[in-house]
Design a protein around this ligand. Sequence first.
Ligand code: PMV
Length: 323
Amino acid sequence: MKYSRASAPAKVILFGEHFVVNGSRAIATALDLPTVATAIEKASWPLEIESTPLGLRCVTGPELTCSSRELEPLLSIIRALRSRDYDVPPARLTVESDIPPSAGLGSSASASAAAAAALTALAGQDIDPEELFEVTMEGERVAHGNPSGVDPATVVYGGTIVFRRGQGVLERLQGGLSVPLVVADSGLRRSTAAPVLNVLKFLDRVGPLRVSLLGLVEQLIDLAWSAIRGNQLEDIGALMNINHGLLSAIGVSTPELEELVYAARRAGALGAKLTGAGWGGSIIAITRPGEAERVAAALTSRSSWVRVLDGGAPGTRVIKVDP
Ligand code: PMV
């Protein structure tokens, strides 16, 4: 039987989450933690979809319906491919990954991008990154309601990017930071849509401060991008701390995230912040060279999922098509 396999990375937002939904830029990096999607050709319908991270399975005919809402993003990327004249044949599609779901690490964008790449490869069709981004966005619209696009852009293009909603990738580095990141999941699951909506209302409520906050983030992004390019780890850390303060100020931190952030700083991290939508999910910390494992160890009493991961991973790619 013909089959294809594709992989897409996880992601973390280094700077600018939430503010990027409202018009300022964000910086994100692809993590060396992949989703692998395998599509196996079937002679006839139904199409079978299985997600191991979600522990869900669905069998559907050409009408593309699943009882589980969490699989809806994968159905919507299939619809998006079809509406762009890609021929999606009946297949068994399996999505496997160690990315914790709903944890701010881009699990849904990564699953959608890997699945779309595997399905188009199975049909013997090439999909360019621009179109793969658009298709992955369809999955994100279903998953999050009002996505800026920074997650799909990071997992599709890989590396480290500066992104602006509506304009896409403005700048890109092939790799990541010179040190790995410490990533710790608080274990609190939440939807992205709810905190995003809350921040939207919050920024409306603060009137003219909205413009000042977005302007401040724009300045932060300029400084952070130049610190990343210059490998100035202490500056990156300081700017992460400022970014975390802003995220706390707009109401997306939690006591659990604060504890992780402070534990990382106490253990010697140069900087630490929540990453992604907040109200749960994960934090990231940056350390001096050789110190990431020690900082990670200091977080294990507060998090059951702590990893030391390289940023700047490659974007979505087809690994294998057989025969
Ligand atoms: O879904 P998450 O936790 O990776 O958050 C995405 C980042 C936000 O800025 C909060 C939303 C967006 O679409 O940019």
